[in-house]
Design a protein around this ligand. Structure first.
Ligand SMILES: *Cc1c(COP(=O)(O)O)cnc(C)c1O
Length: 461
């Protein structure tokens, strides 16, 4: 098919929403390392995880071998309210850049939560309801996950308790209000509600909080209340599995027009959108069928892949969660409060960590003013107001397209546009007023976080 026939928006039909999730672990020779019990340093058994997580989600978490897992029809019926998500050709951006590269993006901001997180929230709420639970607890940083989970809990009639990182709670009061529209209970973290919150406040009065700390509080509340479990919007294998709908749809849309991307780019916080977007492509790469350049983009202020250690570490500040082997900055790492762009988690998906360690993907760290610069170039050409997180991917997509301009190569670039930035206006304002800085942690700053990584035989850093 000739180039000019490719539409601006490549749509799929409702019946083309995937019927199964794809589990990339099934095709990995080196499986991601198992979660360890911090008490015994032995791999967790399903029954040890069941006070924390829903049973069906534990099964998905531990399943490294089943390549395709059916998506229950009740979940697909909610997916149908906002999926298939459009795959866009960025003709206007290409023209503005004067690049011969062909740029595509998969837009996941087309729902009220404003991000891809709803894909996993619906699945997790569904399994919690099916288990007969009363409700779920969680943490949220920038607020998209809390919003997505609130929506999903409203759909299935579950109670939803959200611990929101204090700095975001204060900067984004309207995010909190949206969650309350959907019936969630929102508490700034650290709070005095939990033992771990009180401990953290005592040690660090005036702290602006962190995701790791909010996770500890949410887990404590789930384990201390009957009929509650904890759910997480990123990092975990099950979340990457649910997010594979992004990549499966993107690939189906590209295949309709015979398009093969050369480069696939995604921002990486805990790794769920990137893991989901790349999964079917990575599967082909792992099976030796095709090759792609795959690039993870992270903030220079929270550089887990590019400057972190590949080691077992805690997922939370309170050190009550399982140990995961991942690229990590240490569970005590707290990014500078002037970092505005999300993607603040100290660790990374164990799946992506293993794939990165084995050389199947690359990672780059970018500074936030250059990210907002890219966000504006994108908004002024493509029209969508991007989330700061998503704009990390835009930055590198533009950089790769500009390299093509120099070399004259007509590469095909696919990136994940994970969400919209309507609630990030303080960050945009700081950028416009010239108050945004590019804080990059020094090696000494990072060492403080590394000091908190547990050392045991086989886990020296
Ligand atoms: C949460 C979020 C991210 C980062 O999380 P991942 O798990 O790494 O995908 C990126 N973009 C948006 C819009 C988000 O809400």
């Amino acid at each position: 098919m000739s180039e000019n026939k490719i539409p601006y928006r490549i749509y799929l039909e409702e019946n083309e929403i995937p019927k199964q999730w794809y589990n990339v672990r099934a095709d990995m020779k080196n499986k991601p390392a198992p979660l360890l019990n911090p008490g015994t340093l032995e791999p967790f058994k399903p029954e040890e995880l069941s006070p924390i997580f829903c049973d069906e989600l534990i099964a998905q978490e531990l399943d490294d071998t089943t390549p395709y897992i059916d998506i229950p029809e009740e979940i697909r019926e909610y997916y149908k309210t906002y999926r298939p998500a459009p795959l866009m050709r960025a003709y206007h951006l290409e023209k503005a850049l004067g690049t011969p590269a062909k740029i595509y993006y998969k837009f996941e901001g087309n729902n009220t939560s404003g991000s891809h997180k709803l894909n996993s929230a619906i699945a997790q709420a569904y399994y919690a309801k099916k288990q007969g639970l009363k409700g779920v607890t969680t943490e949220t940083g920038a607020g998209q996950w809390g919003t997505a989970l609130s929506m999903a809990c409203a759909y299935f009639g579950l109670d939803c308790k959200v611990y929101m990182v204090k700095v975001s709670y204060e900067q984004k009061p309207f995010r909190r209000e949206v969650m309350r529209v959907y019936g969630a209970n929102v508490t700034p973290s650290p709070s005095m509600d939990t033992e771990v919150g009180r401990k953290i406040l005592e040690a660090h009065p005036g702290t602006t909080g962190s995701l790791g700390c909010a996770i500890s509080e949410a887990v404590e509340v789930a384990t201390k209340n009957d009929g509650y479990r904890y759910v997480l919007g990123s990092v975990l294998n099950q979340v990457l599995l649910h997010q594979s709908v992004i990549g499966l749809e993107a690939k189906a849309a590209l295949d309709k027009y015979g398009i093969t991307p050369d480069i696939i780019i995604g921002c990486a916080g805990g790794g769920s959108n990137l893991g989901g977007l790349i999964s079917p492509f990575m599967g082909e790469k792992l099976r030796g069928e095709k090759d792609y350049r795959i690039i993870a983009v992270e903030p220079a202020s929270c550089p887990s892949f590019t400057r972190g250690k590949f080691a077992y570490d805690f997922c939370d500040t309170g050190m009550i969660c399982p140990l995961a082997k991942m690229y990590t900055l240490g569970s005590g790492f707290i990014p500078s409060p002037n970092h505005a762009g999300g993607l603040r988690f100290h660790g990374m998906s164990t799946v992506l960590s293993q794939l990165y360690h084995d050389g199947f993907m690359e990672a780059v760290a970018v500074e936030q003013t250059s990210v907002f610069d890219a966000a504006e170039t994108f908004a002024r050409t493509e029209g969508i107001l991007p989330a700061p997180e998503s704009s990390h991917a835009i930055r590198v997509a533009i950089d790769e397209a500009l390299k093509c301009k120099e070399t004259g190569e007509e590469k095909t670039i696919l990136f994940g546009l994970t969400g919209t930035g309507y609630f990030d206006m303080y960050a945009y304002e700081a950028f416009h007023d010239g108050r945004m800085s590019d804080y990059i942690p020094t090696d000494e700053d990072l060492q403080l976080g590394f000091n908190g990584i547990p050392i045991f035989p086989g886990n020296e850093i």
